[in-house]
Design a binder for this molecule. Sequence first.
Ligand code: HEC
Ligand code: HEC
Ligand code: HEC
Ligand code: HEC
Ligand code: HEC
Ligand code: HEC
Length: 426
Amino acid sequence: MKAVKVSFVILVAALLAAGLGTTAFAFHSGGVAECGGCHSMHTPKAGGSFLLLGTDQSSTCLNCHLHPGDTGPTSYHIATADANMPAGTAPLQRTPGGDFGWLKKTYTFTVRGTVNTETGSSHGHNIISADYGYGVDPDFASSPGGTFPSSQLACNSCHDPHGKYRRLSTGSVATSGAPIVGSGSYDTSATPAVGQAVGVYRLLAGAGYAKGGVTFGGVPVAVAPSTYNRSESLQQTRVAYGVSTTGGQEPWGQWCGTCHGSMHSTGNYVHPVDQGLGSSISTRYSQYVSSGIMTGTFAAGQGPFLSLVPFAENTGDYTVLKSHAKNNGTALAGPGTSDQVMCLSCHRAHASGFPEMLRWQMEGEFISYVDNTGAAAWPGTDTTPGSPQFARGRLAAENQAAYYDRPVSVFGAYQRVLCNKCHAQD
Ligand code: HEC
Ligand code: HEC
Ligand code: HEC
Ligand code: HEC
Ligand code: HEC
Ligand code: HEC
């Protein structure tokens, strides 16, 4: 750990001195980072492998991606240290993928005399990290709808730790062809010139990347705003997800389907994914404000786009996606008819405050309710004590955190599940 810090501080200082990098803390810069950030040639972590600085792969990543000093959402951090999220408080990070800390939040509550438990492990992908107390998922031996062993699930199951996949100036993605000049994930990322490349979205695994008996077929397409880990209490963070089937890229559903194949295949009794919304659903999405309110008139910064129910734009054009990946209250138009529903319309990629890693609570008819004065409230053991089936063992503030700090006024009282953003059955 000490070795990481020292070499990292030197690295950051060097980068700053050289004036490099779009962020003050560039490390991967879209490709392979300084080897010494993850490996040590002579003093690796005892009991580990590959000369890594953590006992296992995920622990090596969490050495930097989890920080004991966090007091709120912090840049590239994607997990909250146990000490910073004691019982009754939510994890701190608000990234699009979500905070793995939710995996440690088990809630117990009594409804009509029956004790219920909502397990932390149901809140996301159980990445195994011995050093940070993350264990194997107790519920599924392998990925539902697929074969990936839960006992091998780690950061590098989905991310290439060496970031070899790159988007070339031709628009194709490959593991070689030109040097990587920086991250390709952001609205501020460079457009690769001839002879250059940028990293693929989030260093994700691409064609030929093999782990746990599965092999990926390509990388999915998206662009995030350069500041993406932040409260959405005032303004939403819009990741512009895209679709491309050319040059080593594939739609999101296929990418998730690498490990969850039959949750994706058509004719298999599953919800459509990677399928156009069509005119009725896309129109509805833009009109839908909240349960029973279909005016298409939104408070500033609140829509039509809703980051709790994102869609994939039917384009692989990074210029378009960059213009939509914003967090400043602009670029909030709803979908066009050929834009698509995808796995991430309903799920997050890492973890969420809700079962099945969903973006909203599905375990009850109302996601917002009223307190004892009749005012709209996020359900909580403090605000709606008479309705434990909606509070589900948390305080209202914990629920609000799981909705990335939105005030309940975005929906008002009696909001039903967000399937309705597309289907308006409420
Ligand atoms: C962000 C963390 C990270 C960085 C930076 C990193 N590695 Fe690795 N490396 C890993 C992980 C994790 C594994 C284990 C991969 C696995 O489980 O298959 C690994 C494995 C390896 C392996 C053995 C297996 C393989 O995948 O080929 C080699 C060799 C290697 N790294 C070399 C390097 C070199 C050289 C550098 C610097 C140019 C580097 N690594 C930078 C995380 C990193
Ligand atoms: C030495 C510290 C350090 C370690 C170890 C580390 N990271 Fe990072 N990571 C960073 C920093 C700093 C950033 C933000 C700047 C950047 O992207 O270069 C970042 C950014 C990222 C991003 C976003 C990059 C983008 O271009 O969108 C991903 C994904 C990521 N890390 C995954 C990993 C994984 C997986 C591992 C382990 C195999 C790992 N990191 C290990 C420091 C680290
Ligand atoms: C590298 C393989 C892999 C990939 C890629 C992958 N998953 Fe998973 N997923 C798993 C495994 C293994 C489990 C079971 C273990 C667990 O739940 O922690 C799982 C579980 C889940 C669960 C159930 C969580 C719970 O505990 O109820 C959901 C939902 C899910 N994945 C969605 C997705 C989505 C959406 C994507 C694409 C963004 C995705 N997965 C990509 C391996 C993968
Ligand atoms: C099941 C696949 C999967 C696993 C496992 C996984 N990631 Fe990710 N990660 C993703 C995807 C997909 C995204 C993009 C999410 C989005 O933009 O909606 C992402 C995004 C990120 C980001 C950008 C911030 C964010 O949350 O959006 C970082 C940093 C990162 N991952 C690091 C990690 C680290 C570190 C681990 C292990 C502790 C890890 N990931 C495990 C799939 C995964
Ligand atoms: C329209 C919303 C929606 C979409 C799109 C969606 N899911 Fe789900 N998913 C759910 C809901 C809701 C559940 C909870 C259980 C249920 O109702 O079947 C769930 C459950 C799961 C589970 C847990 C299964 C289990 O046995 O408990 C996995 C894994 C999963 N989804 C993966 C995916 C993947 C991968 C995709 C994309 C190929 C995807 N989902 C697309 C809404 C969705
Ligand atoms: C991002 C938009 C979107 C969201 C969110 C969404 N759906 Fe859908 N849904 C669609 C599309 C597109 C179709 C296919 C077109 C159609 O059947 O009208 C569909 C079809 C369906 C169907 C009909 C399937 C069939 O085989 O006929 C059901 C049932 C359904 N959705 C339920 C749900 C539920 C439950 C949720 C919440 C867990 C949900 N949807 C969330 C877009 C969405």
